[in-house]
Write a protein that binds this ligand. Structure first.
Ligand SMILES: Nc1nc2c(c(=O)[nH]1)N[C@H]1C(S)=C(S)[C@@H](COP(=O)(O)O)O[C@H]1N2
Ligand SMILES: [Mo]
Length: 422
């Protein structure tokens, strides 16, 4: 069975997940390779918490069947390696809950023109849950690593999934500083045991970082002096595809060069500063989505003066949201929305806007800005007309080969019609 071919049981797996998650639906996968489910519709973006039933699922390989009683996570790259049983992870360390907005780095890929390969997500690959588990800081300390996050500079933690097949290891590296700061080994989701498709019995949660960094069915954590590169793990097979080839931002065909380490890890900072050649998708870019009203909704006002509440969610990776604006004319004019609700680092916030429309047809957009002064761009560049560097300088989102990290607001606009009851 080759990883590039169709997997025979793939459709059975997808159907079983759809049965367990009635709020989700299948998404078109150009290469027909991923097990992918998308959130049902944008109404989930009118709530702060995403239910398990509505949360999207994304993984490439067949889900491993894991017996939690005999499963252990090994912590390696230390003077003496340790093996952590599920009992040890759950009983011998503190239990914490973190809020995390899981956004697939491919969210918005389907908005790229020309089309890029792989899963054609619109904007339905995002959700926020409360994840319960063990702080990585505590586990690392047990392994003899008790640095403060700022002293962990230039070291990396590589997480390896138990779903590695055909000698292709699923491995992702995050800076050791982020691991120590707020990442957890999660075994619970919204107060339930971690469901199988979300990584049972244990996964990594890296608050505010793109989905791919949140390795499911965690098998090994390895402390390293560099990110995973080809041949850097003590395992057979290929190691670096998911870190060094896929999930990086670059203009067209060609293999990005592998880096052992990078000085700047913020995704947007890598992209806009040019400090990192072919940026890695780490923390999520500034983003917002309207959840209510729904796209193509026909709204009947009870009276001429009635107002409509526009509701949505907004997030920006490791950075706080500064504000959200709403346009009801496709982006020509803007008014401030109110950002409110739960405020956890690494998770989205809600926004609302009270709108008093006259009867008519409207194009609604939301545009978020963060504390670093970054604002969502209007559109994704056209690679046939604009160079990569031009797109970046003109604050357009650069069309990229893998279709990652798109955060333009025009492609997420919704159309509504408003009438008044007679
Ligand atoms: N082991 C493993 N972990 C993985 C993946 C995978 O294929 N294998 N997919 C990643 C990707 S691309 C995403 S977007 C998130 C999705 O998490 P969810 O399915 O719980 O929503 O899981 C990540 N963790
Ligand atoms: Mo993803």
């Amino acid at each position: 069975m080759s990883t590039d071919g169709e997997r025979p049981q793939r459709h059975e797996e997808i159907d079983a997940i759809l049965d367990r998650k009635p709020g989700t639906r299948e998404v078109r996968d150009e290469a027909n390779r991923y097990t992918v489910v998308g959130a049902a519709d944008r109404s989930t973006y009118a709530d702060w918490l995403t239910s398990i039933e509505d949360h999207f699922v994304c993984h490439r390989n067949r889900m491993p069947e894991i017996d939690a009683d005999s499963w252990s996570v090994s912590l390696t790259g230390l003077d003496s390696d340790i093996s952590l049983s599920m009992d040890t992870i759950q009983e011998e360390f503190p239990t914490v809950a973190v809020a995390h907005t899981m956004e697939c780095a491919g969210n918005g890929r389907g908005q790229h023109e020309p089309e890029t390969s792989s899963v054609q997500w619109g904007c339905e690959a995002a959700g926020t849950s409360m994840w319960t588990g063990t702080p990585l800081r505590s586990v690392l300390r047990a392994g003899g690593i008790d640095d403060a996050p700022e002293e962990a500079n230039d070291r990396w933690l590589t997480a390896i999934g138990g779903d590695s097949v055909d000698e292709e290891v699923f491995a992702r590296s995050i800076p050791l500083s982020k691991a120590i700061e707020d990442s957890i080994l999660a075994y619970g989701m919204n107060g339930q045991p971690l469901p199988k498709e979300h990584g049972y019995p244990v996964r990594l949660i890296v608050p505010g970082w793109y989905g791919v960094n949140n390795v499911k069915w965690l098998d090994e954590l390895r402390v390293m002096d560099s990110m995973v590169t080809e041949g850097s793990l003590d395992r057979p097979g290929t190691h670096a595809r998911w870190q060094q080839s896929d999930y990086r931002l670059y203009p067209s065909e060609g293999e990005p060069a592998a880096h052992e380490t990078i000085a700047e890890t913020g995704t947007e900072a890598q992209l806009r500063s040019g400090a990192v050649d072919h940026p890695y998708t780490f923390d999520a870019m500034v983003m917002s989505l309207i959840g209510r009203p729904g796209d193509e909704e026909a709204i009947e006002l009870a009276s001429a003066n009635a107002s409509i509440e526009i509701l949505g969610v907004t997030w920006s990776g490791d950075d706080a949201i500064d504000g959200v604006e709403i346009s009801t004319d496709g982006g020509d004019s803007w008014a401030d929305a109110e950002v409110f609700g739960p405020d956890y680092a690494g998770a989205w916030r809600l926004f609302r806007y009270g709108w008093r429309p006259d009867p008519g047809t409207y194009t609604l957009c939301s545009r978020a800005s963060d504390e670093e002064g970054r604002t969502q761009p209007a559109r994704i560049s056209d690679p046939e007309k604009e160079e990569w560097s031009e797109a970046i300088e003109s604050e357009t989102f650069p069309w990229n080969e893998g279709g990652y990290a798109a955060n333009a607001y025009v492609p997420n606009a919704i159309e509504v019609t408003v009438t008044t009851a007679e």
